[in-house]
Ligand binder design. Sequence first.
Ligand code: C2O
Ligand code: CU
Ligand code: CU
Length: 518
Amino acid sequence: MMSMKLLVRLIVAALALVLVAVATGASVVAYAWNTADVDTLGRVDFDRPLQIPPLETGTVTADGTRVFDLELQSGTTDLGHGPGTRTWGFNGSYLGPTLRAARGEKVRVDVTNHLGETSTVHWHGMHLPAAMDGGPHQTVDAGETWSPNWTVDQPAASLWYHPHLHGSTAQHVYRGLAGMFLLDDPAAATTPAGRALPREYGVDDIPLIVQDKQFDGDQLDAGAGTFSNVGTLGDEILVNGTPRPYLDVTTEAVRLRLLNASNARVFDFSLESGMQFDLVGSDGGLLEHPTPVSSVQLSPGERAEIVVRPRPGTRDVLRSTPPDLDVDFFQKRFSGGDDSFDILELRTSTVLESSAALPERLTTFEDLGEPSTVRRIDLNGTNMINGREMDMSRIDDVVPAGSTELWEVRNGSGTHHNFHIHDVQFEVVDATGTREDGALLAGRKDTVFVPPNTTVRLLVRFGDHSDPAMPYMYHCHLLRHEDDGMMGQFVVVGPDDAARVDGVTDHASPGGHGTHGG
Ligand code: C2O
Ligand code: CU
Ligand code: CU
């Protein structure tokens, strides 16, 4: 039998262990808490000219198709930690060229993969057939070339491209695979708005691909903090791959095309001076009216076009201050909600070339019509939609071509998410809210922020490219969540496709094919 003395000693030892464990746990939390926030305001030496991604207008074939070349490749890039940082890029070692095409044009992109592993290239925001979309089904194996082609059929907009390999999107984008795809609209170019908006690429019309990165020594570090449930958050900023960038402004007005190409970070952009600027565009193109704001918040994948009029002979800084994530204080701390960054210095000349004033109306939106169906999308935890993880062999929703639907996207989790639908530009219904940049939600969007405990209602008109066998995606654009399965698949079907769709949904996993609509 165990002696009383031994028993007491064992109990004391056990208690001590518990105490040590609790103390260790507490100090881990305390340490993580203290190191979790980042603040670089006023601490960045802007010593490198902002790199402008090369403009690529491709070549036009005899039949009028505009052809682009994109080569996925690996290399090394100086991202501020020496020349040896291993990165991926398109036609170069980091990021890719800005592709540019016009409404009505036929385009083709010859995508060749030199990475030595499979990837895909998705045209985010583009209206096109599902088989050309570059989602997880259009894989491009090592050494292969994939040549999607389509006709540009949507308003002028700042779109972008990036890989979409299921389970690896976060890694591929983080290593550097992303670029902008600008669409022009020849008809809109001759309107007062078209003539007034700054439009000289690299001079007064500037793409800004904003990304946060963390480094381990001289290499990119894709790890995530212990308590982060959004994935990789960095403590340094790159704009177009440039660390500590400045931009020389030589015109009275400069148009900045902001793209949040981060894996997980939400930015709330403003100017150090507090000066207002005009919000003129969202994901899908121009807003109906320029709207003066002093900040604009973008979650991953979202874009905003702003027109800034810095005072001559001044320096100002584009910065990001703590975004409004609407999450609890713990979650906020560990998902970037307390962070501030200096992003880009604007160095404005004393003598400026004149720029036109913006007209009161920039564009007029098409009426999307009345919804025929209401579809419920529930974002669950950090990896599911409507209670299921993404399954490449399951079609989750079947949408009639040309139909208008109301999608009710509900976030019942404690984490913030956003929501992106391929192929369409939707209207955010009831986009009132109190956020100053509610103006952004008045524009056409393909990606929208969804804070916890909210429902965002989207009026979506689906296109005419039907294909019962090839799905488009919808998903959270926090890349970790997307990779973990917070994604679903929908097919757009024509009137004669219904029978074939039944064949597709026969492959559904137990639980059947979920139409959540009425
Ligand atoms: Cu920007 Cu489905 O992606
Ligand atoms: Cu997309
Ligand atoms: Cu998410």
